[in-house]
Design a protein around this ligand. Structure first.
Ligand code: ATP
Length: 235
């Protein structure tokens, strides 16, 4: 390990009640990387992200973020360290306007402000007075990412951003993810669509039944079509 890790999660064991879901998951995200976490339905991808964010804390294992041991920290403290989390299903406020959704995060200073996120997503600027619930799926995803950016994160965690989006919008979202990485924000991306994620990611982990069943370079994995199909259930 290079010592400049953004995330270093070691041997996480996570439960829902008595159900043992993660069986010793270890993963690493380095500075400047897009890392994708793949796997079939129910493999434990969302549970891994929830573990990292402190939403479903692991009962065993250790989590280091930016070199600091954050094991057992509550979600708000982890977010405050500079981790932006865009959950599955986006969780925007449907009854609030776009603009009010963007005013929910506590103001931070840095690259991302209301003005600069509207520059990044002109569509959101056009729809600033629309209610969150009236937006298309793609617009809601952009709103969720914009809201996370306003915290000026050093690390962005995205849970299935492509879910329910038309292919052309998915491309736009992935371009944004690459742009974030190129600006120095490390990204951990959960995707059901393995081919999509492997195209832009630097490294990949594949989960199967709560365990890491493969890790390596995204390009190498993408080149092995049969393996991707077998491991990640991609068609
Ligand atoms: P998907 O792509 O369907 O979201 P996933 O890889 O993200 O799948 P998880 O959502 O992490 O998988 O689920 C892992 C396992 O944990 C599944 O067997 C699921 O049924 C179970 N599980 C998820 N949430 C809960 C919960 N709140 N209580 C009990 N079991 C849960």
């Amino acid at each position: 390990h290079e010592g400049n890790d953004i995330l270093d999660a070691d041997q996480l064991h996570t439960y829902y009640g008595k159900s043992h879901i993660l069986h010793g998951v270890s993963l690493r995200v380095g500075a400047g990387e897009i890392v994708t976490l793949l796997g079939r339905n129910g493999a434990g991808k969302t549970t891994t992200l929830r573990s990292l964010m402190g939403l479903t804390p692991p009962r065993q294992g250790r989590i280091r973020l930016f070199g600091q041991d954050v094991t057992g920290w509550p979600p708000h403290r982890i977010a405050k360290l500079g981790v932006g989390y865009v959950p599955e299903g986006r969780k925007i406020f449907g009854h609030l306007t776009v603009h009010d959704n963007l005013r929910v995060p506590a103001a931070t200073t840095g690259r991302w402000t209301l003005d600069t996120v509207y520059d990044l997503f002109p569509r959101l600027a056009e729809r600033r007075t629309s209610k969150g619930g009236q937006l298309s799926g793609g617009e809601q995803e952009m709103l969720a990412i914009a809201r996370a950016l306003l915290l000026n994160p050093r690390f962005l965690i995205l849970d299935e951003p492509s879910q329910g989006l038309a292919p052309v919008i998915v491309d736009e979202v992935m371009k944004t993810v690459v742009a974030m990485r190129d600006e120095g924000i490390a990204v951990l991306l959960v995707e059901q669509n393995a081919w999509l994620a492997l195209r832009d990611a630097d490294r990949a982990y594949v989960l199967g039944d709560g365990e890491v069943v493969h890790e390596g370079s995204a390009a190498e994995l993408a080149a092995d079509e049969e393996r991707v199909k077998a491991l990640a259930g991609a068609s």
